[in-house]
Design a protein around this ligand. Structure first.
Ligand SMILES: Nc1ncnc2c1ncn2[C@@H]1O[C@H](COP(=O)(O)OP(=O)(O)OP(=O)(O)O)[C@@H](O)[C@H]1O
Ligand SMILES: [Mg+2]
Length: 582
């Protein structure tokens, strides 16, 4: 628990000056607060033996009052400084926490993203950043002044009266130990609850992003039942913790009564032994009450921090997830790409249980049009995942123009490859921004590529043309329209290597034919991988590779493959043509 708080505070290590000033101010504040009861005692002492004719006593009274006012004003000034600057310190750090999480998550491998859930990630960044902010703010605003007050109070009470002081210290030790054990116990249980909250977030995300299925299959009651199960779990885990917190809070309140009674009781006893004056008892009572408010406020502060700790732990867990696919140290940029690609003895599996590709060897010349065919799940998309370095093979190497893709930066590699998927997701912004992405293309450039990809007509018919917002993942556009925008992006990107992974499957035969000239133009001067089930799409390929049982079983031009009797490819073609005829 305290390790996490320390790590949160360590995030402020770059702002050492401000942190030190806040710590010093909090310490001064604690001392100044404790001077008040002393002034009080002094004034009462003067007033008791006050005589109107004694000028010295007048001066002493005035001096003490002026000093008290100065101390009071300084305390206010310090408090103001701590309030304003602890807020600024925590706010400045929010940006850092957001960016470190966001960038680390973007850099995590595709394997991580395929196994995680966007709803949970959103929850982790929101709760984590909020928790870090509150912990940093409350450490300087509330926890430190209280901790210092308690620390400064100890020698002070011992200084004024060892016996009374020892009693207050005993109380402090008991309350500290009890609070520590109760909060550590409850913290471990709070982690389970955070997991339930994460599952709830992923349930919302999964439901809202699958609204067409939820509505068409009328899954409202199923989704409600699943949510009910999670909320029931939450309640059954949360209630015991709430009970323990009730115990902690009540304990600190009861402590107030106990300490007051003990101080009065022992104070009275010492008074009867002439060891203490009445005004010293009053001063000790003030010290005891300051001590108790400090303990109480510290308990509340810790409670606030405690509720957020599990969220912060989740945040750090993501930050601590190692980046699986990393650039080598001093990796160079992939340069001068013409488009010769070579897969050498590539063997890969997503997990140890199932092989996907074994000993794949392909030599592709620049500007060749290559087609991958094979039954579904035979590893065609996996080949492109390898080329993009979304995953790294267990064995083998992939080279582009004699440069191993594992020796160059991932950024430079991916800048040279453009991919058009079957399901092209769009960002929830305008058509124009969706085509432009991170390029510096002007509106004119966008209009040009829209024309090339035969998108101009449908864009013109949208309510705001190029400035129409397409909705989350492009829900306001049809599959074919999204695909045409993806083709427009490919024209704009102008990369030497092009992957068309089922790129025409969302188009009707008429549009596919209509777009064929666009594709022909797009493929010109680029090494192109065409992955398709529709044979009409792959007929134009220079070479076709047939995948089956982790391997490439046949390769050659369409005509060459059709000549293989009882070959895998001929069977595929037969099955398809039969299917069409029937
Ligand atoms: N992220 C992943 N984690 C684990 N296994 C995966 C993952 N992605 C794909 N697979 C498995 O790897 C195998 C090959 O998948 P791949 O997507 O390459 O097939 P494909 O030939 O492109 O199929 P399709 O024609 O249906 O697109 C499949 O059995 C699939 O279940
Ligand atoms: Mg695929």
């Amino acid at each position: 628990m305290f390790q996490i708080i320390l790590r949160v505070l360590w995030l402020l290590s770059e702002q050492k000056k401000l942190v030190t000033s806040l710590v010093v101010c909090n310490f001064l504040f604690a001392i100044l607060i404790l001077i008040e009861p002393v002034f009080f005692k002094e004034i009462i002492d003067i007033l008791i033996s006050f005589s109107k004719d004694n000028v010295d006593q007048y001066n002493k009274l005035t001096q003490t009052l002026i000093l008290w006012i100065i101390v009071g004003l300084t305390t206010i000034g310090i408090r103001l400084f701590v309030s304003i600057f602890s807020d600024r310190l925590a706010h400045n750090n929010v940006e850092k926490s957001v960016f470190s999480f966001f960038n680390h998550t973007l850099n995590l491998s595709m394997r991580f993203h395929m196994n995680s859930n966007s709803g949970q990630l959103v929850k982790k960044i929101t709760k984590g950043v909020d928790g870090i902010f509150e912990t940093q703010l409350n450490t300087f605003r509330r926890a430190l002044p209280n901790i210092f007050t308690i620390i400064v109070l100890l020698p002070t009470v011992l200084y004024f009266n060892i016996k009374m002081g020892s009693i207050v210290i005993c109380m402090w030790i008991v309350s500290g130990v009890v609070t520590y054990f109760l909060s550590t116990y409850t913290f471990s249980r709070q982690e389970n609850i955070e997991q339930i909250y994460s599952n709830m977030s992923s349930h919302y995300g999964d439901t809202f992003s699958n609204m067409p299925i939820v509505k068409s299959f009328t899954l409202f009651s199923l989704k409600n039942k699943q949510l009910q199960k999670l909320t029931d779990q939450r309640i059954s885990e949360q209630f015991p913790i709430l009970t323990w917190w009730g115990v902690i809070v009540s304990f600190s309140q009861v402590l107030r009564i106990i300490v007051s009674i003990v101080v009065i009781f022992f104070g009275s006893f010492l008074y009867t032994q002439w060891e203490i004056s009445v005004w010293e008892i009053v001063m000790f009572l003030s010290f005891a009450l300051i001590f108790l408010s400090a303990v109480e406020d510290l308990t509340w502060t810790l409670e606030g921090m405690f509720w957020r700790l599990a969220g912060i732990k989740d945040y750090f867990k993501i930050l601590d997830t190692p980046i699986e696919v990393q650039d080598k140290p001093k990796a160079k940029k992939l340069r001068g790409v013409v488009g010769n690609i070579c897969f050498e003895n590539v063997t890969f599996s997503y997990d140890e249980k199932r092989k996907v590709l074994q000993d794949i060897n392909i030599d592709i010349k620049a500007w060749e049009k290559i087609a991958f065919v094979g039954h579904t799940g035979s590893g065609k998309t996996t080949m492109t995942n390898m080329l993009l370095r979304f995953f790294e093979p267990q064995e083998g190497d992939i080279k582009i123009d004699e440069q191993s893709i594992y020796n160059v930066t991932q950024d430079s590699l991916r800048k040279n490859i453009w991919i058009v998927f079957q399901d092209n997701s769009l960002f929830n912004t305008t058509v124009l921004e969706n085509i432009r992405l991170d390029t510096k293309a002007t509106r004119k450039d966008i209009e040009r590529v829209a024309k090339k990809s035969h998108s101009s007509d449908f864009i013109k018919n949208l309510s705001d043309g190029l400035d129409t917002v397409v909705g989350e993942r492009g829900v306001k556009l049809s599959g074919g329209e999204k695909q045409r925008l993806a083709i427009a992006r490919a024209f704009l990107k102008d990369a030497p290597i092009l992957i068309l992974d089922e790129a025409t499957s969302a188009l009707d035969a008429h549009t596919e034919k209509y777009l064929q000239s666009s594709f022909d133009e797009l493929m010109k001067g680029r090494t192109t991988f065409i992955i398709a089930h529709r044979l009409s799409t792959i007929m134009k390929a220079d070479r076709i590779f047939v995948f089956d049982g982790w391997k490439i079983v046949e390769q050659g031009s369409y005509d060459q493959l059709m000549k293989i009797k009882n070959g895998k490819f001929t069977k595929l073609v037969e099955a398809q043509t039969k299917g069409f005829i029937e």
